[in-house]
Design a protein around this ligand. Structure first.
Ligand code: ATP
Ligand code: MG
Length: 590
């Protein structure tokens, strides 16, 4: 959370206002034009949840085409009424302003300018889609430009994570924005099957509409679906007349009434790169990311068949579904990465995100090389994510990650480690991993660990980890996933809750997953009362009141016990029902 100073919020300098929000300048001194703060009123938990979602997603996105949310502050007014302040870089105006000013001056944008906007937005959306986030409110007022004229996508708030292979969860319908003139035709239809299947393609349509408007300078017209294709044909002809056939063709790939025929952002990105390489050369990119972008191009040339690599202020490396990746290949790739980093200023690199999920041939040797590479070449990281799920990772590798390795990452604020399905991990590995957390990672604010289906872990490991974690008093985000760790008992939960709730007073986000831990009973839920609190009767009302008293900053919570059949459904529902009003951000994983 950032230190919100009401004095700095300049209510006399309104930068804009929308249906639910007002945006003000946020200044340290008279000519400070660095920041803006968006203020929204949430007068029911659902709206509150919507905005918190916006913040959480804003935080989790790091891409030059996405406007980041860099801080937030929540003012509790009265029960079920909050004012939320979101801090973000101050921008100069919206794409709607650009369109208006060209229209007023009777001028059109150049093709080069259009393609540069287009590519920036496609790049940002492709990044979101790859992270399984749909934007769902793309329109000209949600695209902002800065002093240099570069555009960024704002308001990813009504977007929502979409689990792999799933469509939208229409239980959350109330969070979906009113359909705008940019909304895809299928969104106004009652048949939800199409909408579910092509959830990301609705963004593609909206972006197509925005780009069409940029070319014609006419806002799109709301049309019945039947006459849409006709209308578009005419408009696209105008694009071809004024610009080129190439531009028209790319736009028409997005503006297909049938979402199944619409191209994805990845496809359109490739098309633009192929057709317009002269317009989108590195020259226009932000200086600070330029060098890093070069790394991207050189590395991808060699490695694009094996990895998907994106470089912004961080490196995002995913395996391209390449489950045959061997230690040898991984070692070679990491050596190349080390070499590249010597040529490039890696002090600028803040995030490192490596996803090797399901590369089940990678062994301890590969993991050693990962830690070595990070240790030698990327010591200034603020955020590190390693997804090692289903790899041949055992206790030794965990000790290695926890030991010397973390001592070289003193600046780390966010650590995200996924050891799901690494079935050899035992309590000993957990000890090795977390014993030096406190001394090495004293700046850590966000910690997320997943031991999904590591079924050798017992009470001892859980308690040990909780003990170490509870010493990291700066933590404000904690997520621990013990799904399907079937040896976990009520006592493990009781100890863990005791340790966490009594020591981590700054926590504002907690997510604990014990789904599938079938030894757990109703009694575990009773342990959710914070320690030293005499909860006369361990009913949920008392527990909620106790948590509220002891964890004043806790805003988001989710406790999952799905498939723990010994817990009565009522008890579980009661836990959620009681805790939800005090921690209204509930992640609907169910
Ligand atoms: N970071 C920013 N810097 C400068 N101006 C901004 C910034 N963010 C938003 N604005 C301005 O504030 C206006 C209101 O933004 P807001 O997101 O509340 O509404 P909107 O996107 O215009 O419409 P809606 O309410 O339908 O979402 C924007 O149109 C823009 O002009
Ligand atoms: Mg907006």
């Amino acid at each position: 959370m950032f230190r919100f100073d009401k004095q700095r919020l300049r209510k006399d300098q309104v930068l804009g206002s929308g249906n639910n929000a007002a945006v003000y300048a946020y200044q340290k001194h008279a000519h400070d034009d660095t920041w803006a703060v968006k203020q929204v009123l949430a007068d029911n938990p659902e709206i509150f949840q919507k905005y918190i979602g916006e913040i959480v997603m804003g935080f989790s996105c790091d891409h030059p085409s996405i406007l980041p949310i860099t801080g937030y502050y929540i003012e509790d007014q009265e029960p079920n009424r909050w004012i939320i302040y979101m801090k973000m870089p101050r921008m100069q105006g919206t794409l709607q302003d650009v369109i208006r000013s060209y229209r007023t001056n009777n001028q059109y944008l150049s093709e080069k300018q259009i393609v540069q906007y287009f590519y920036t937005l496609v790049d940002g959306l492709e990044y979101l889609h790859r992270k399984r986030i749909a934007h769902r409110d793309i329109k000209t007022t949600n695209i902002l430009f800065d002093k240099k004229g570069d555009v960024r996508l704002a308001d990813i708030g009504i977007g929502k994570y979409v689990a792999e292979g799933e469509g939208l969860n229409f239980k959350t319908k109330t969070f979906v924005a009113k359909t705008t003139i940019y909304a895809a035709p299928e969104l106004s239809e009652s048949d939800s099957v199409m909408r579910k299947r092509f959830v990301f393609r609705t963004d593609c349509w909206s972006l197509g509409m925005v780009m069409l408007e940029l070319c014609t300078l006419k806002p799109p017209l709301r049309r019945p679906k039947e006459s849409m294709a006709n209308y578009l044909d005419k408009e696209l002809l105008e694009v071809e007349d004024r610009y080129s056939e190439t531009l028209k063709n790319i736009l028409s790939c997005l503006l297909k009434v049938n979402p199944a025929e619409r191209k994805s952002m990845m496809e359109v990105k490739k098309l633009i790169e192929k057709e317009y390489s002269k317009f989108i050369d590195c020259a226009e990119l932000d200086k600070s990311t330029c060098n890093l972008q070069k790394v991207k191009w050189q590395l991808t040339k060699h490695w694009q068949k094996v990895f998907d690599i994106q470089v912004n202020s961080g490196l995002l490396i995913q395996t391209n579904q390449n489950y045959n990746l061997s230690d040898k290949n991984l070692n070679q790739f990491l050596s190349d990465l080390q070499e590249e980093s010597k040529l490039n200023p890696s002090e600028g690199l803040k995030n490192f995100d490596l996803n090797l999920q399901n590369c089940f041939q990678v062994t301890m040797e590969g993991i050693n090389k990962i830690t070595e590479t990070i240790q030698t070449s990327f010591q200034n990281l603020k955020s590190l994510s390693l997804n090692l799920s289903a790899l041949q990772v055992g206790d030794e590798s965990l000790s290695r990650i926890g030991g010397n390795f973390t001592s070289s990452l003193q600046q780390l604020e966010t650590l995200n480690l996924n050891f799901g399905w690494c079935k050899e991990i035992t309590d000993r590995g957990i000890e090795g991993l977390c014993d030096s957390f406190e001394s090495n990672l004293s700046n850590l604010e966000n910690l997320s660990l997943s031991f999904d289906s590591c079924s050798k872990i017992t009470e001892k490991g859980v308690v040990h980890l909780a003990t170490q974690v509870s010493k990291m008093t700066k933590l404000n985000y904690l997520s621990l996933n013990y799904r399907n760790c079937t040896k976990i008992t009520n006592r493990a939960i009781s100890e863990m809750i005791h340790l966490i709730f009594s020591n981590l007073a700054d926590l504002n986000f907690i997510l604990l997953n014990f789904s599938g831990c079938y030894e757990i009973t109703d009694e575990a839920i009773a342990h959710f009362a914070p320690p030293n609190e005499i909860v006369e009767e361990a009913n949920m009302t008392n527990i909620a009141a106790a948590i509220q008293k002891h964890q004043p900053k806790l805003k988001f919570a989710s406790f999952l016990f799905i498939g723990c059949d010994q817990i009565q459904r009522e008890a579980y529902q009661e836990l959620h029902a009681r805790i939800r009003p005090i921690c209204p951000f509930y992640i609907p994983f169910e």
